[in-house]
Design a protein around this ligand. Structure first.
Ligand SMILES: Nc1nc2c(ncn2[C@@H]2O[C@H](COP(=O)(O)OP(=O)(O)OP(=O)(O)O)[C@@H](O)[C@H]2O)c(=O)[nH]1
Ligand SMILES: [Mg+2]
Length: 341
């Protein structure tokens, strides 16, 4: 299966500096003329820029090497070469940039328009006009330009979402995402419909817009590569709240919390701090429950375990107003204390 492009490994190279010029201008008492070779221009830098319009690194799929334009060579009459223009590469918000060789974090691009210079252009060489002295009146040499800096970068995306939707495959995460937001995430009657993280924005007239992210369904053993694996959980790192989606029609009323175990084990294996985030449980597909289903006792079991839960139906809309208010409310409370990390 093709990897979802939320990681990229690219090579960036600053433009080479232009060479300095060797040139002489006819002058009366200098047989060779006065040296007037100008300096070469610096090569362009490679710069990453955060764009709110991108959500993946798919633009890096077909190319690996990105090189900025070289500086122009110096010219006669003390004319300096033109600088190479910078090469600006757009990346999604939430991109983390590492130098692959050293593993060092070079920076993170969190705001629209934020920039990070990742490879400097080489300096231009000095022209021969620089090298005259009392002993050397007609230097016939100039400096070459420096090569540009080259680096191999590892780009990793961490979505900037407020609320993360997690759960087993087929629980109804995408259906809920599309019901709460204007997202057009694909819904399918089979597991692993969603192959990469999906975003949606929840809006009303009062609150700040809330960004929701669905991560692909988790099954037991995801940390060992089962199903789609668990690497998508890193997108939840920056969320303030997790919404655990459960298929209520599969619940065992005698042991309702068991439905959470597999997903929570995988979260613990991927990143235990995820379990410190505030979590809300959406018992979805309530429309499928028989009339005699013991809803009250199930809710009480969650309540006693200190786990807030509610019944909803992403399909019929049941409970969605309450959920919406909870998400907006809980999020505000949490953000006043700062995100839980
Ligand atoms: N009856 C009923 N069906 C639902 C409800 N929510 C989702 N479904 C159905 O459940 C199936 C799976 O829904 P998805 O939204 O694709 O589930 P998902 O959790 O995103 O699944 P993956 O992306 O595969 O992990 C689809 O056939 C939906 O129509 C609900 O509240 N009631
Ligand atoms: Mg889905």
């Amino acid at each position: 299966m093709k990897a979802f492009p939320d990681e990229a490994d690219i090579i960036v190279r600053g433009g080479a500096g232009g060479r300095g010029a060797v040139s002489f201008r006819r002058a009366r008492f200098q047989p060779r003329g006065r040296p007037d070779g100008g300096d070469g221009g610096a090569g362009g830098d490679v710069i990453l820029e955060a764009s709110p319009h991108l959500t993946t690194f798919s633009s890096f799929r077909h190319r690996r090497l990105f090189e900025a334009p070289a500086g122009q060579a110096g010219q006669s009459q003390d004319c300096h070469g033109r600088q190479g223009s910078p090469l600006i590469l757009s990346v999604p918000l939430g991109t983390q940039v590492r130098d692959l060789a050293s593993g060092k974090l070079l920076g993170e691009l969190l705001k629209a328009g934020e920039r990070l210079t990742v490879a400097r252009g080489g300096r231009g060489g000095k022209g021969n006009a620089h090298f005259t002295s009392s002993r050397l009146r007609s230097p016939r040499f100039a400096q070459p330009g420096e090569p540009g800096q080259e680096r191999r970068l590892q780009l990793e995306l961490r979505l900037l979402a407020d609320v993360g939707l997690v759960g087993p495959p087929n629980a109804g995460k995408s259906t809920l995402l599309t019901a709460l937001t204007a997202s057009k995430a694909r819904v399918g009657d089979f597991p692993f419909t969603t192959l990469g993280p999906q975003l949606g924005v929840m809006m009303d007239d009062v609150h700040e817009p809330l960004i929701l992210a669905e991560v692909p369904g988790l099954i037991s053993g995801a940390h060992a590569g089962k199903g789609l694996g668990h690497r998508f959980l890193r997108h939840l790192k920056r969320t303030r709240l997790l919404l655990q989606v459960v298929d209520a029609s599969q619940l065992d009323p005698a042991a309702p919390l068991a439905a959470l175990a597999a997903v929570e084990d995988e979260m613990a294996a991927a990143d235990p701090t995820l379990l410190h985030k505030p979590r809300l449980i959406a018992l979805n597909k309530a429309d499928l429950l028989p009339a005699d289903f013991p809803r009250e006792s199930v809710l009480e079991a969650f309540d006693q375990a200190g786990r807030p839960a509610l019944f909803i139906s992403a399909l019929s809309g049941e409970g969605l107003e309450v959920l919406r208010d909870l998400l907006l409310g809980v999020d505000k409370e949490v953000s006043e204390e700062g995100p839980a990390e």
